[in-house]
Design a protein around this ligand. Structure first.
Ligand SMILES: Cc1ncc(COP(=O)(O)O)c(C=O)c1O
Length: 409
């Protein structure tokens, strides 16, 4: 797989390229889009071949295979994460957000609150508020150049009787943390104490970099919580042919969720999502390993560039996901002003203000793109920042970069 190959110029209507969106966000379409958490690469050959097989067959009679999907997923978890999942404990849904939307309706009543940790993936507040539930935020805190959970704040918030559910994001979009076992144990202990059910969104669980180990909430407490909700979409770049699944060992919740999904007729994928998912989990491993090596190269390149050329832009360690979270505070730019600079530089990162925290000096970049495009975008950003940004004095390179998991330098 050649990940260096430039993005296809073939006509497409990908959200990331939408002229209306680009104009709306950046005020121009002359932008390299890094603002959607998807990727610029073709899927692995076995997925393409499977989709081609279906197209060539030319018949699209009713055809379901949820059991095949669950078997492929549980084999994958065994091989990849050393985790044994029972195929009978899955519920198939059309995507992770659909699953979360159903779970919120199942586990809470209108007017209840759902806890999220901010900065947070921006659809979480939408999926909560569109169900007429309240969004309650527990801000993550920055300690030693990286994000940590604020357990004191979480406990205070969980203690309120109207807080019934927490959405945990592991690995965390946008800050890139892969939560450690001890951190998850502490969250579960608090949640159990205050009768809060955790929905563990583990959609990024396969995008983990060296030195970090993914721990599924499954291994901490699969009985009380929706210990796993996932999809092949991030792992294999299948965002538009996605397929979601949730997993719990709570028999009552499992039965209710199976019935809920069935009542809406969304408990099965279509032929494309079904067979692409099976092919991905059965035959996509070599592609994923190569992809992760390339992604690590992108992280290293960005880290080195900031270190030597743009020390005023701080990058947080990327432990997992293909999102990187930047702090632009030292440039003196924030909010609309920062987004305008991105537009001028063609640097299509998402404004931090989208992520539900006090993050107007921040930005998120999705870096699953050819390195040459990333390089070009950063060179342009550097030029524009040099002309625009408030001159920065006294930046200690050691403090601002490099992003290492151990903290500074
Ligand atoms: C944490 C997280 N959850 C869910 C989703 C969306 O999942 P789906 O497309 O399966 O609804 C995303 C997409 O970026 C995400 O980052």
């Amino acid at each position: 797989m050649n990940f260096d190959k430039k993005r296809s110029v073939a006509k497409n209507s990908f959200v990331r390229n939408s002229e209306a969106m680009l104009n709306g966000i950046f005020g121009t379409t002359d932008v390299t889009p890094f603002w959607v958490a998807d990727m610029d690469f073709p899927v692995a050959n076995p997925i393409k071949e499977e989709l081609q097989r279906l197209v060539d067959r030319g018949q699209f009679a009713y055809e379901f295979n949820s059991q095949g999907v669950f078997t492929a997923i549980s084999d994958w978890y065994q091989r990849r994460h050393d985790l044994s999942l029972n195929v009978d404990n899955f519920v198939q849904v059309t995507g992770v957000l659909t699953g979360i939307a159903l779970l919120i309706r199942e586990l809470t009543d209108e007017g209840d609150s759902v806890l999220i940790q901010t900065p947070a993936y921006h659809q979480f507040s939408k999926v909560i508020s569109t169900a007429n539930r309240n969004v309650l935020k527990s801000p993550l805190k920055i300690v030693n150049n990286n994000y940590q959970m604020d357990f004191e704040d979480m406990e205070q918030k969980m203690a309120a009787s109207e807080v019934k559910v927490m959405i945990l994001c592991n690995p965390h979009n946008p800050v890139g943390r892969v939560w450690r076992k001890e951190e998850l144990e502490q969250v579960v202990q608090l949640a159990n104490k205050h009768h809060v059910t955790i929905i563990s969104d583990e959609i990024h669980s396969d995008i983990i970099y060296s030195g970090h180990k993914f721990t599924s909430l499954m291994t901490i407490d699969a009985n009380k919580h929706v210990a796993l909700i996932g999809s092949p979409s991030k792992t294999f770049g299948m965002q538009s042919i996605s397929n979601g699944y949730l997993y719990t060992e709570n028999t009552k919740l499992l039965a209710n969720m199976k019935a809920f999904a069935e009542s809406l007729y969304i408990d099965h994928g279509n032929a494309f999502t079904t067979f692409a998912t099976i092919a991905a989990f059965e035959k996509g491993e070599a592609w994923l390993d190569a992809f992760l090596v390339y992604m690590q190269g992108n992280i290293d390149w960005i880290n080195d560039f900031l270190w030597s050329e743009l020390p005023q832009v701080k990058m947080f360690p990327v432990e997992g996901t293909y999102q990187v979270w930047f702090d632009f505070s030292a440039t003196g730019l924030a909010g609309d002003e920062l987004t305008k600079v991105f537009g001028k530089a063609g640097f299509g990162a998402s404004p931090g203000s989208w992520f539900d925290g006090d993050a107007k000096h921040f930005a998120r970049m999705s870096f699953a793109s050819p390195r040459s495009e990333i390089k070009q975008a950063f060179e342009r950003l550097k030029d524009v920042l040099e002309q625009t940004a408030v001159p920065v004095s006294g930046i200690n390179k050691c403090e601002s970069n490099k992003a290492t998991s151990a903290g500074c330098c």
